[in-house]
Design a protein around this ligand. Structure first.
Ligand SMILES: [Zn+2]
Length: 740
């Protein structure tokens, strides 16, 4: 499913950005990432229609169901609010600190969690949530956790659902409570304190916020109390102005992600302004990222912070382009005379140079903030490309000078602990970044190419990825049936689709729901993509012969109840999976097939006998990921008969139904799309179907029977999503082209 035909021209720049009157920059700056492949669309996009930034939402364009933000995630980007990083800037529009999507918000639209989702009847009562980074859980009820309907059958210690790290204040330890300090300062009396505590508890607000909103203390007094409580210095942003060296070190992207304002920078010591005293972990993360000796925080009021933020970064938004310009300017001294004779020392020196470090840091942060899945660093003969992939589409960043190719590759290798002297062989490594307490795991792969080393980084955010089967976008009736299947005591349940269709997310969401203390779940994966507490997870390692088949064989000796095999690739794995199912286990796995019925024939082609398929396969869920229409620029339109025909629809069939497309706006980088969702088709094994399978029926015969007995096809699921205004006809045509 290649989404980037390289010959596709870049879409024209947003006309709204061409006259950047308010922008003082003399040099035309490249706008942020440009979508490399224009979405192939037959929808009637009015030519040249400038998307209105911040256009009001069309009436009725409520946020798509299935895409709510998880609890604890940062505020969703508001339509009309400043665009995400990398998008071309709205002149003069500053970005409020709070509006930045936080790394780790779930990527696929379908993967968002539902707090307090009901448990299926019959499911065991002890829910175990995916593990957010952070402290070990304490037993006990957690707000927002689904409550078991009945008391636990055993007095086993309940496993607590952990709260997302986000909103959780760090324990204050032995520090005095803020309320006590306010009383001690004579700002409030005890009666007021009790009332405030009450409000804070019921509203979930911080005590200080309550005090300010009640007019009992002002922001300055609160800062004084908080500073005393946390032993932080108080800042005065009227006197402490951001120094150029500090602004150079901490870009706006970095500052907004870490929620700091850089003030001074000297002798590897940086001082920053912060608002939230609980933000000290971020200060620490920043010190690590920048490799500094110390970062000194100064506590300031929210109002002062916002004002200073606007001033400090006014006109500095497109910092990646500026940085590259700067690199180009001093390119003459940095350029190597002979690329092939680079010695280790100069390579090390280049990799460690401040501009290169800053460039890489900035690219990483922008990619994380935009919830990219991969970052590509690619040397070509004439130039060097940096791109990252969001929602399956690559976006290009302003290209750095070509002579930096070695320095960039080396810098990434240093960060990933790879051998920078080895430039002739591919290497794999990882980088871990912590941003505001969230861990981001980066898998680095380098590959020697004709024109230098290419590096591709896969971003795995393990902390907040929420795996909730209710949020995958599966149709309610289909979901109910799928739930029955995964709750069976034994058998094989398969999820199929091409690479990148979200199979793993679906299976993990299923396992997450089944994850109870009374049952043992073992998984074997290549690689382990999500870490879930309570699961025993084995990575595949081909080099030492730890294949799926080998792992599965050993897993069976570990007394599992439920097993996940990352993928069934060969007969051997299929046979062991079947054997496991026949001996009383429920086995989940994935296969690369286009639809549910062809999965049966695919297993047969692998060499698995029909009677074994009949004996153990309980169901097959085929799925695809399609892009969701950007709700900020969604418009209704009436497709012509030709367009309908592409989906085998007639005007009569769609009478009264609605169709939508995204016009393109700042929020969605003018693609008309934002986020992705799944479409599904579920095959459930029946006696009739088994009969047909034992007769070695063809895929077509199997599909006919399935449809006749009520299977909702991928195409059906897609058309359904179109009418709900979630996706476009183009997306469904492309993803369900093999059908019919
Ligand atoms: Zn849009």
């Amino acid at each position: 499913m290649s989404t980037t035909p390289p010959e596709n021209p870049k879409p024209a720049q947003n006309p709204a950005n061409t006259g950047q009157g308010a922008n003082p920059a003399a040099v035309p700056r490249p706008a942020g990432p440009t979508p490399v492949s224009a979405p192939a669309t037959t929808a009637p996009k009015p030519a040249g229609a400038a998307p209105a930034p911040g256009a009001p939402r069309p009436a009725g364009a409520a946020p798509a169901p299935g895409a709510p933000k998880p609890a604890g995630a940062a505020p969703a980007p508001v339509p009309g609010a400043p665009r995400p990083a990398g998008a071309a800037p709205v002149p003069g529009a500053p970005r409020p600190a709070g509006a930045t999507p936080v790394p780790g918000a779930p990527r696929p639209a379908g993967a968002a969690p539902v707090p307090g989702a009901p448990r299926p009847a019959g499911a065991a009562p002890v829910p175990v949530a995916p593990r957010p980074a952070g402290p070990t859980p304490v037993s006990g009820p957690v707000p927002g956790a689904p409550k078991p309907a009945a008391p636990a059958p055993k007095p086993a210690a309940p496993i607590a659902v952990k709260k997302p790290v986000e909103a959780k204040p760090k324990p204050t330890g032995g520090r005095p409570k803020i309320g006590e300090i306010l009383v001690g300062l004579g700002l409030i009396d005890e009666q007021q304190l009790f009332e405030m505590l009450d409000e804070a508890r019921s509203s979930g607000k911080k005590l200080g916020t309550v005090a300010v909103s009640r007019g009992l203390v002002n922001e300055d007094q609160l800062v004084k109390a908080l500073a005393e409580q946390c032993n932080i210095k108080i800042g005065n942003l009227n006197e402490q102005k951001s120094q150029p060296e500090a602004l150079l070190l901490v870009s706006e992207t970095m500052a907004s992600m870490y929620k700091v304002i850089p003030l001074t920078f000297k002798d590897k010591i940086l001082s920053v302004a912060i608002v939230d005293p609980n933000n000290l972990t971020s200060v620490d993360d920043l010190r690590n990222l920048l490799g500094l000796n110390e970062v000194i925080p100064y506590l300031v009021t929210p109002t002062a912070f916002e004002e200073a933020q606007k001033k400090s970064f006014a006109g500095k938004e497109d910092s990646i382009a500026d940085l590259i310009q700067e690199l180009e300017a001093d390119g003459t001294k940095g350029r190597r005379k002979n690329e092939t004779s680079i010695d280790l020392e100069s390579l090390m020196e280049q990799a460690d140079s401040a501009p290169v470090r800053r460039l890489i840091n900035m690219v990483f942060l922008m990619a994380i903030r935009d919830q990219a899945s991969d970052i590509h660093f690619e040397p070509f003969e004439e130039d060097y490309k940096m791109r990252y992939k969001c929602d399956g589409v690559l976006f290009e960043l302003p290209p750095p000078p070509k002579y930096l190719a070695n320095a960039i590759a080396s810098r990434i290798k240093v960060m990933a602990n790879l051998d920078i002297a080895e430039r002739r062989l591919p290497q794999d490594g990882r980088i871990e970044l912590t941003i505001g307490g969230n861990r981001v795991d980066m898998r680095v792969s380098t590959l020697p190419t004709l024109f230098g080393e290419s590096a591709v980084i896969r971003l795995l955010d393990k902390s907040v990825v929420a795996l909730d089967i209710n949020k995958l976008g599966i149709d309610a009736t289909v979901l109910a049936t799928f739930r029955e299947l995964i709750n069976k005591p034994n058998g094989v349940v398969l999820v199929t689709g091409p690479t990148g269709s979200g199979k793993t997310t679906t299976l993990y969401s299923a396992l997450n729901e089944l994850n109870v203390i009374e049952e043992k779940i073992i998984t074997t994966e290549d690689p382990v993509e999500y870490e879930i507490e309570g699961l025993v997870q084995c990575p595949i390692n081909h080099e030492v012969g730890m294949t799926f088949a080998a792992a599965l064989r050993s897993i069976l000796r570990q007394d599992p109840d439920k097993i996940l095999v990352g993928e069934i690739r060969d007969l051997e794995t299929a046979q062991i999976a079947v054997q496991a199912a026949l001996t009383g286990h429920i086995v989940f796995s994935t296969l690369h097939t286009n639809d549910a019925p062809s999965t049966i024939t695919r297993m047969r082609d692998m060499g698995l006998q029909s009677y074994l398929i009949n004996a153990c396969v309980e169901g097959v869920l085929a799925q695809r990921l399609v892009r969701k229409i950007c709700i900020n620029c969604r418009e209704e339109f009436q497709p012509g008969p030709d367009q309908l025909l592409e989906l085998n629809l007639t005007p009569e069939m769609v009478a009264g139904k609605k169709f939508f497309y995204g016009k393109g706006c700042d929020t969605c980088n003018n693609t008309g799309y934002k986020g992705r969702m799944g479409i599904h088709e579920l095959l459930v094994m029946t006696d009739e179907l088994r009969d047909l399978i034992s007769k070695e029926a063809s895929t077509d015969e199997l599909r006919d029977l399935c449809v006749k007995s009520g299977m909702k096809t991928l195409r059906w699921s897609g058309v359904n999503a179109i009418h709900q205004g979630l996706t476009t006809m183009e997306e469904i045509i492309r993803e369900t082209v093999t059908e019919e």
